[in-house]
Design a protein around this ligand. Structure first.
Ligand SMILES: Nc1ncnc2c1ncn2[C@@H]1O[C@H](COP(=O)(O)OP(=O)(O)OP(=O)(O)O)[C@@H](O)[C@H]1O
Length: 371
């Protein structure tokens, strides 16, 4: 089993408070990803779970038992580090067996576990090699293997792929997802890469300034972000934002004035907003609609078109809007340099955020996605 509960967890280094009020339950077998901007406290939280950092406040339990004071080696938790931390003078097999030897595990049992882990991680042919004779991806797999042989209830990964090149990252991401499927173990994974978070997580925990900004399934955070910060962090390209004026706030629709003067009825509960105040409209790159089906339009000019093969990202300048907007188009879309583009908007596909950054609840259903 590996059910972890965090209640009111907080951390301070001396006088400096890093995180507080973290309440979170991670179910047995869940894959949870901690994500957020640099310095938001992801690694510190993971290290508290591992027992490598003291917990300043709150209670942490594994399967109902308080673990705050239990030293790392006695927690049923294994951690894979970003730096791999392999012993250079030991073979792959010795590296993997080391922790078990220290724990005086029976020799035959060590052999069985190392072989089993090597098979799972496709390392069987490499067991006699030294770390220096391995590629980056292979070293990372050995680091995972060293944790795997301990058969912990909870696996922790601290940015395990950040030292690998882009192609290898994708490859290892798939392997970690497969490993999770096979082991059905609880896994907690720290990254600042939102693509890794979206693709691996059952649930994402988005941290900001040492607190939880939102917890939920990846698509739930994507479609129903609670704050502008979450909306901007999740999704690539980044959500487009426009400063708008609130005209008529309502429970089902909130009318706003766009730059250029057009009115859009955004399908959100904006009842807490006031007419005349500023708000931020959010539109994802794929959510612009054809001008003839739009409720409102924006006139734009093409700055750059990035042709990625399966899609083209058009970066557009709209008069009166400082930042460029990005529209996701078909990979075969034909665009001329600096051509004029009419962007269509549909209020059902837009987000609205108040001046304090919190989202107005969207009044749309997206099949299979919970709010
Ligand atoms: N030992 C320490 N003493 C004092 N401050 C620390 C210590 N360790 C971390 N911090 C501070 O705590 C904050 C959170 O750090 P942490 O490494 O957890 O962030 P992170 O979200 O993992 O960042 P990154 O993505 O850059 O690794 C940072 O401001 C950092 O400077």
């Amino acid at each position: 089993m590996g059910r972890l509960t965090l209640e009111g967890i907080g951390k301070a280094f001396g006088e400096v408070e890093i995180s507080r009020d973290i309440d979170l339950t991670i179910e047995d077998g869940e894959f949870v990803v901690f994500v957020g901007p640099s310095g938001c406290g992801k690694s510190t939280l993971l290290r508290m779970i591992a027992g490598l950092e003291d917990i300043t406040q709150g209670e942490m339990c594994l399967d109902g038992e308080r673990i705050n004071e239990i030293p790392p080696q006695e927690r049923d938790i294994g951690m894979v580090f970003q730096s791999y931390a392999l012993y250079p003078h030991m073979s792959v097999a010795e590296n993997m067996a080391f922790g078990l030897k220290l724990a005086r595990t029976d020799k035959a049992e060590i052999r069985r576990r190392v072989q089993h882990a090597a098979e799972m991680l496709h390392l069987s042919e490499l067991l006699e090699r030294r770390p220096k004779d391995l590629s980056g991806g292979q070293r990372q797999r050995v680091a995972i293997g060293r944790t795997l042989v301990k058969e912990p209830a909870v696996f922790l990964f601290d940015e395990p792929l950040s030292n690998l090149d882009a192609a290898l990252r994708v490859d290892m991401r798939v392997q970690i997802a497969e490993l999770h499927k096979r082991l059905q173990a609880t896994m907690i994974y720290v990254t600042h890469d939102q693509v890794e978070a979206m693709t691996l997580a059952d649930r994402i925990v988005l941290l900001s300034g040492g607190r939880i900004a939102q917890v939920g399934a990846p698509l739930s955070l994507y479609h129903f972000p609670r704050t502008l910060e979450v909306a901007e962090f999740i999704g690539s390209p980044r959500i487009n934002t426009l400063s708008v004026e609130v005209l008529d706030p309502g429970r089902l629709h909130t009318a706003v004035r766009l730059p250029g003067g057009a009115t859009l009825q955004v399908a959100v509960d904006g009842a807490r907003l006031k007419a005349g105040e500023r708000a931020t409209l959010g539109v994802r790159a794929e959510d612009f609609v054809a001008p003839d089906q739009a409720e409102a339009t924006l006139q734009a000019r093409l700055m750059v078109a990035e042709k990625l093969g399966y899609e083209t990202l058009a970066h557009l300048q709209v008069e009166g809007v400082e930042a460029t907007l990005t529209q996701r188009l078909d990979g075969l879309a034909h665009l001329d340099d600096h051509q004029a583009v009419t962007l269509g908007l549909d209020g059902k596909h837009c987000h609205l955020f108040g001046a304090d950054g919190s989202a107005c609840p969207r009044q749309v259903e997206i099949p299979g996605v919970t709010h």
